[in-house]
Design a protein around this ligand. Structure first.
Ligand code: IPE
Ligand code: IPE
Ligand code: MG
Length: 255
């Protein structure tokens, strides 16, 4: 497990390339409708964008990529769309995991898998086991994930395992789904909406947010580079002043 790091308790290490990028892959349905295609055609095309984005992140030295594939609220969609998404997930698990492994990418899923078909749960477990030792890039797919669910499941486990103990940030964060990853440096949402939609609400405390109109099926290496370029223009202050940052660049020890 990585050392405990919290952007609200200490100032995290930052660099030109984000260590962790989290993406809400949105706009598949509208991409398809604008082409007079069924919404699900957008999801199918979105899988190609996932492939390209994973590859581009690996090439750029990003260590963690977390993708929001299905939210705890997406069950409210029409049954046929939910079922298509589940099949697409299963098929891509079958087809893509070998390639991820060949590229030294660790794959894992976060979210409440208990609601999923047992075939999916089994494929996820197999894919996670196969790629567990890979360390070039950790690809985390959030499926049936909700930020509030994550905090609640952590709080409940924490209360069970530490009855009567005061809960601290450090203790609680040991039970969160992304406990072994640094907090995201860069958050990207495609498709034009500017909201978090119950994604990583705890972990995004000091993340740089980037929104683009580009729908997810049209996202790729070029758009990723634009997002990273925007990130590189930001001054991450973590509560401090610009003057303090300038001083700490001259004297790194006082950071
Ligand atoms: C994101 O695209 C994919 C999922 C939520 C599964 P959408 O399906 O939300 O596409 P829009 O937002 O309706 O265009
Ligand atoms: C967020 O997108 C979830 C995923 C991309 C998986 P939605 O399309 O479900 O979000 P809202 O409903 O527009 O907020
Ligand atoms: Mg959407």
């Amino acid at each position: 497990m990585a050392e405990f790091e919290s952007s609200t308790l200490a100032i995290p290490a930052t660099g030109a390339v984000p260590r962790h990028i989290a993406i809400i892959m949105d706009g598949n349905g509208r991409w398809a409708r604008s082409r007079f295609l069924p919404r699900v055609a957008g999801h199918r095309k979105g899988l190609e964008a996932v492939r390209e984005t994973v590859r581009a992140c690996g090439e750029r030295g990003v260590k963690h990529l977390t993708l929001f594939a299905f939210s705890s609220e997406n069950w409210r969609r029409p049954a046929e769309e939910v079922s298509f998404l589940m099949q697409l997930f299963l098929r891509s698990l079958e087809q893509e995991v070998g390639r991820l492994n060949d590229n030294s990418i660790r794959f894992r899923v976060i979210g409440d898998l208990s609601a999923f078909d047992p075939a999916i749960v089994e494929h996820v477990a197999r894919a996670e086991a196969l790629t567990a030792k890979n360390d070039r890039l950790v690809l985390t797919v959030a499926a049936n994930y909700g930020g509030r669910w994550d905090i609640l499941q952590a709080a409940n486990r924490c209360a069970r395992e530490h009855p009567g103990e005061e809960v601290t940030e450090e203790l609680l964060s040991r039970y969160l789904c992304l406990r072994d990853a640094p907090e995201p440096d860069l958050f990207i949402r495609t498709g034009g909406e500017e909201r978090i939609s119950n994604f990583l609400i705890w972990q995004l405390a000091y993340t740089e947010l980037y929104f683009t109109e580009v729908p997810w099926p049209d996202f790729g290496a070029k758009q990723l580079d634009e997002a990273i370029a925007s990130y590189q223009q930001r001054e991450r202050r973590f509560g401090r002043t610009s003057e303090q940052l300038a001083a700490s660049r001259l004297q790194p020890d006082v950071a």
